[in-house]
Design a protein around this ligand. Structure first.
Ligand code: SAM
Length: 267
């Protein structure tokens, strides 16, 4: 059925077809009330999800896929299909409208939008308890990186602060039609409460500023926050963090402590 469809490169339309692989990906989600699939394509993964979830919301940007999707999802009355750009949606509000306050996100997307969408899901959508994302190997390495490694950066800290990260599955390029230029990894993110709660805006500002100039010392990078130098020094000292360290050596909890010291809650 897919042969009649012209795949669009601009939308990253590399589809999965192997039923065993699709089932494996769907099974990475623990059972739950609902799943939100972002980028439904021809509906193959949507169908696998429909076998596991009482409610599936499937988003697709390309209306040309409507005939294929409608045919492939025939009889799946619990699948709610919508044509929209996922970047413009508030996932929690969208799923709440469908009656689901907690849900899993499953996304196999063009790689240029995967990281921003993953960050949107992790930082802004508390209802997304489990997130399954197909990503490039480099992005997977970044998400799972440990302090001190080259891959450890602002995205690592933001995600590991809120989620347990698991590199669940390697997927070779030949599994896709048409095959993309890179191999992929399916990552599974499980939301859990942060060990050290912080104000989310303060945490984000701290992490972004710290990594804004990777080659500089933490103290110099943090000057980007426009906080007074003596306040920076006091905050670093209060957390017992050597100001000459570089951002990539700080643990996630050290970032949380530092953000609280830099932006203490108003009394
Ligand atoms: N889920 C299917 C699969 O696994 O075979 C299709 C995956 S394909 C890599 C990505 C799909 O995401 C395409 O169908 C594409 O049209 C859609 N897409 C791209 N950008 C999107 C966006 N901003 N919002 C929603 N869907 C998007």
């Amino acid at each position: 059925m897919q042969r009649s469809f012209r795949h669009k490169k601009k939308f990253g339309q590399n589809f999965l077809t192997d039923p065993a692989l699709l089932d494996k990906i769907a099974r990475l989600c623990p059972p739950g009330p609902a799943a939100l699939e972002i980028g439904a394509g021809a509906g193959a993964l949507t169908r696998a999800l429909a076998n596991r979830f009482p409610l599936v919301a499937a988003l697709e940007i390309d209306r040309d896929l409507a005939p294929l999707l409608e045919a492939n999802l025939a009889g799946c009355d619990h699948v709610h299909l919508a044509f929209a750009d996922a970047r413009k949606l508030d996932f929690d509000a969208y799923m709440a409208d469908l009656g689901a306050s907690q849900y899993a996100i499953v996304a196999n997307l063009p790689y240029y939008i995967t990281t921003p969408l993953l960050m949107q899901a992790v930082e802004e959508n508390q209802g997304a308890e489990d997130m399954i994302f197909m990503v490039q190997k480099e992005v997977a390495d970044r998400l799972a990186a440990q302090p001190g490694s080259k891959s450890y950066g602002a995205v690592t800290v933001a995600v590991q602060y809120r989620c347990q990260v698991d590199l669940a599955l390697q997927v070779g390029r030949k599994a896709f039609t048409p095959p993309p230029e890179v191999d992929s990894t399916v990552v599974r993110l499980k939301r859990r409460p942060p060990e050290i709660p912080t104000d989310p805006t303060a945490f984000r500002q701290t992490v972004r500023a710290a990594f804004s100039q990777r080659r500089k010392t933490l103290r110099n990078s943090l000057k980007a926050t426009s906080l007074a130098a003596d306040h920076l020094d006091r905050a670093l000292a209060a957390c017992a963090i050597d100001p000459t360290r570089r951002a990539e050596t700080l643990s996630v909890n050290e970032f949380a402590q530092l953000s609280k010291a830099l932006y203490p809650p108003e009394k």
